[in-house]
Write a protein of this length. Structure first.
Length: 144
C-alpha cells in the first residue's frame, strides 16, 4: 500500500501552520503542537528535518520560534515529501527500468511511468500558499 507516512503528514501540518501566517511571522512550537495536533515526540524531529532541508528557520529564546524559510508558493508537497522521505517513486521499475527483467515492451512499466508523472505533477502543483488559502476559506465557512 502506498501511503503518506505520519511524519510527513505532521511535517505538512507544521508548514501549513506557518504558511497561514503573514510572511515573517514566527510561531512557537507549543502553538503549532496545540493547533495542528502534532505530538511533541514527532514535532522536535520534524523541526530538525525541516530546518536541515532549509524549509524553516528556527529562532531560540523567548521571542523565538519557527518561520518559513521560503515563500509558501515555493514549497510544494513534492518538496516536503522529498525532504522527509527521499525521491517520490511509485515503483522501482520506474526508477531503474534497466533493472526490470520485463522492461522490453512491458505495458505495466508504461502505465507506472504515466502514473508517476501525474503524481509528481500534482505534488508539484500543490503548494503551501494554495493549501493556506484553502484553509482560510474553510475556516471562514466554519465561522459563518
Amino acid at each position: 500500500m502506498m501511503r503518506i507516512n505520519r511524519r510527513t503528514d505532521y511535517a505538512i501540518r507544521v508548514l501549513l501552520a506557518l504558511a497561514k501566517q503573514p510572511r515573517g511571522t514566527r510561531l512557537s512550537t507549543q502553538f503549532i503542537q496545540k493547533t495542528m495536533l502534532v505530538p511533541r515526540a514527532f514535532l522536535l524531529r520534524i523541526i530538525a528535518d525541516l530546518s536541515k532541508a532549509k524549509l524553516i528557520e528556527t529562532y531560540p529564546g523567548p521571542r523565538g520560534g519557527l518561520q518559513l524559510a521560503r515563500n509558501p508558493s515555493e514549497i510544494s508537497l513534492r518538496t516536503i515529501w522529498e525532504a522527509l522521505e527521499g525521491p517520490l517513486i511509485i515503483s522501482e521499475c520506474v526508477a531503474s527500468p534497466q533493472e526490470c527483467p520485463l522492461s522490453e515492451g512491458c505495458p505495466v512499466n508504461l502505465h507506472w511511468a504515466h502514473i508517476q508523472r501525474m503524481l509528481i505533477e500534482e505534488f508539484e502543483n500543490t503548494t503551501l500558499d494554495k493549501l493556506a488559502a484553502e484553509a482560510h476559506h474553510l475556516d471562514s465557512l466554519v465561522l459563518t
